[in-house]
Ligand binder design. Structure first.
Ligand code: IPE
Ligand code: IPE
Ligand code: MG
Length: 238
């Protein structure tokens, strides 16, 4: 597992960004892929070791088929186009979420991208596709039930959770959770991992996000005092 910060982003607002410009929603998703590119390039120099991006939720299958099909095609294109550069930059890519509902063509692109970038050490990039935090917990519980005779505590459960979502190793606590697009909710993302995450909400639509926005978010995070249930550092001395 990577050292460094774990930042997670709910990349929201693609559809509204496009609609505001009188364009089809898929144009917004395409612009969103460009924002992913900018943010991924900027992340390593900000002390981020793991970046987890929410690209498609389990509930997003409820959208019209033209949008879901378009998104699946876009994900495949992104992987095919970006893999070589990610590998050059030392980015290790993993797709987290369910895989059994993804189109075969996308799965092949996922396998190729993961294999090509496996040796990367500069950044763990995890893209959540067909991801649901609640489904992840249920699948982890099923795995835990199958591991008869093993102790079941937080550490073991976090391991099952990581495995259930095809992550490498155990589920990894989030330090900073960002949501763009103005809404202030989790929408079923990383429920276990966000137990003590710092939350940040940006009114900007995701296609407008830049590496500078990410740098500002990390700077804001660095100013916060995380207590994990304890007393503030100054009062502990008294
Ligand atoms: C987030 O943007 C990307 C996905 C959920 C795939 P949206 O598509 O939710 O954009 P808005 O919220 O409708 O603007
Ligand atoms: C969450 O956004 C999922 C992603 C950003 C991929 P949604 O736009 O689907 O969330 P809700 O429906 O507004 O809660
Ligand atoms: Mg949305």
């Amino acid at each position: 597992m990577q050292s460094g910060l774990h930042v997670a982003i709910i990349m929201d607002g693609n559809g509204r960004w496009a609609t505001q410009r009188g364009r089809p929603r898929l144009v917004g998703h395409r612009a969103g892929a460009e924002a992913v590119r900018r943010v991924v390039r900027g992340a390593p120099r900000l002390g981020i070791g793991t970046l987890t991006l929410y690209a498609f939720s389990g509930d997003n299958w409820e959208r019209p088929i033209t949008e879901t099909t378009g998104l699946m095609r876009l994900f495949g294109n992104y992987l095919r186009r970006e893999t070589a550069e990610l590998a050059d930059r030392g980015v290790r890519l993993r797709i987290i979420g369910r895989r059994d509902r993804l189109p075969g063509e996308l799965l092949r692109a996922v396998d190729a991208a993961e294999a090509t970038t496996a040796a990367g050490t500069a950044l763990d990039l995890r893209i959540a596709i067909d991801y649901s935090g609640r489904d992840a917990l249920v699948l982890a519980a099923l795995r835990a039930r199958g591991a008869i005779g093993e102790p079941l505590d937080r550490d073991h459960f976090a391991w099952h959770l990581g495995q259930a979502m095809h992550a490498e190793g155990r589920a990894h606590d989030v330090d900073l959770m960002i949501r763009t697009g103005g809404e202030q909710r989790l929408s079923d993302f990383l429920l276990w991992e966000c137990a003590y995450a710092e939350l940040m909400f940006s009114p900007k639509m995701w296609p407008e996000w830049t590496a500078g926005d990410l740098a500002a978010a990390v700077a804001d995070f660095q100013m916060r005092e995380r207590r994990f249930g304890r007393l503030p550092a100054m009062e502990t001395v008294a």
